[in-house]
Design a protein around this ligand. Structure first.
Ligand code: TRP
Length: 344
């Protein structure tokens, strides 16, 4: 394997992208079409850092066994989807201690009031009143550290992370201002054209696919599990008038089908719906088939990669080296400007 080190990337003059993924649960179709597919495209044109946010996940107190299994699973899943360790830097957050060091420094300029006002903090505090720890409060500071330690220009984020990214911008600006320095570029949200953003609906009649909604089809699901989930999807008793508008549950099935099936297949079912001849059982069978056709090869790769501990270790090792090189260079500048200067 050939490592592409920082000097070469800088020479190539690519903008830097950072994104983190918490190692909780399996990747589902919503993650794939909403995020991973965009990562695949980005890794061709940008200097990408994709990491597994294992330190962040400690806020919910996982057991050591679950944490480790979760980290391996996400790593294997991203590799199976085509994130390429030769093109992108794929690493585990806790392998880069420089991130925690920068976090400590940034914490000195992060104020209680602004942290308490963060929506994600307020939500978590409400959801888990028995575990409102300091890590939850300073979550945006650690996230800012993840991003700016690699001098990221862009961060691909969904709606739910917009506020955290806004905080990262604020902390970066504050640091630059306070120390009259230009250490950190101000990271921008990376947004694809509206047309490219695919919202994958769930199978329960309303809303989007989500881990916590319990309506997701995972890339790692077996054929049997997928068939079962699709056959149980919410429908209705069928249209009674020709060309009537589709209720949300039905529209969701069509939307899913548009993502995984051939256009002719979707057109056929659409016509059947408009003529009030649709048989949801047939439609679901076809949908399950086409989902399996898409996920089966990915699942197979996940299984193979998970069995190959040596490969996983090599990828993590290589990513850690590349990420540390970049992080250490930034931290050195940071220490100099804050006044941690050696006189001995
Ligand atoms: N907070 C993000 C999430 O919940 C994960 C994350 C941690 C992240 N650090 C990041 C995302 C840095 C982008 C950049 O999904």
């Amino acid at each position: 394997m050939q490592l592409i080190f920082i000097e070469e990337q800088v020479k190539m003059n690519k903008a830097t992208v950072v994104s983190g993924i918490r190692p909780t649960g399996y990747l589902h179709l919503g993650n794939y079409f909403g995020a991973v597919q965009n990562f695949l495209r980005m890794q061709e044109d940008y200097n990408c850092y994709f990491f597994i946010a294992d330190i962040h996940s400690l806020t919910t107190h996982p057991t050591p066994e679950n944490l480790q299994a979760g980290v391996k699973q996400v790593l294997a899943e991203y590799l199976a989807c085509g994130i390429d360790p030769e093109k992108s830097t794929i690493f585990i957050q806790s392998d880069v201690p420089e991130v925690s060091e920068l976090y400590t420094i940034l914490n000195m300029n992060a104020y209680l009031g602004e942290l308490e006002r963060t929506t994600s903090f307020k939500d978590k505090a409400r959801q888990q009143p028995e575990n409102v720890n300091a890590g939850l409060l300073t979550y945006p500071v650690l996230m800012a550290s993840d991003i700016i330690i690699h001098k990221a220009h862009y961060v691909p984020v969904g709606k739910d992370q917009e506020q955290n990214l806004e905080m990262a911008r604020k902390f970066a600006k504050r640091f630059n201002r306070m120390y009259k320095s230009k250490v950190f570029p101000i990271p921008k949200p990376f947004t694809f054209d509206g047309a490219d953003l695919i919202k994958v609906p769930g199978l329960d009649g309303s809303g989007k696919m989500g881990k916590s909604e319990g309506n997701a089809i995972n890339l790692y699901d077996t054929e049997k599990e997928i068939r079962k989930k699709v056959m149980r999807a919410v429908t209705d008793s069928g249209p009674t008038e020709m060309n009537s508008e589709k209720p949300e549950a039905i529209q969701n099935l069509f939307t899913l089908m548009k993502i995984v099936s051939q256009p002719e297949v979707v057109a056929d079912f659409d016509e059947a719906y408009n003529k009030c001849e649709i048989r949801y059982g047939d439609m679901k069978k076809q949908l399950a088939e086409d989902i399996v056709k898409f996920t089966a090869p990915i699942r197979e790769r996940i299984v193979t990669i998970l069995e190959d501990e040596a490969y996983l270790a090599k990828v993590a090792q290589m990513g850690a080296e590349k990420a540390r090189e970049s992080a250490a260079a930034t931290l050195k500048e940071v220490k100099k400007v804050v006044g941690f200067r050696k006189f001995y």
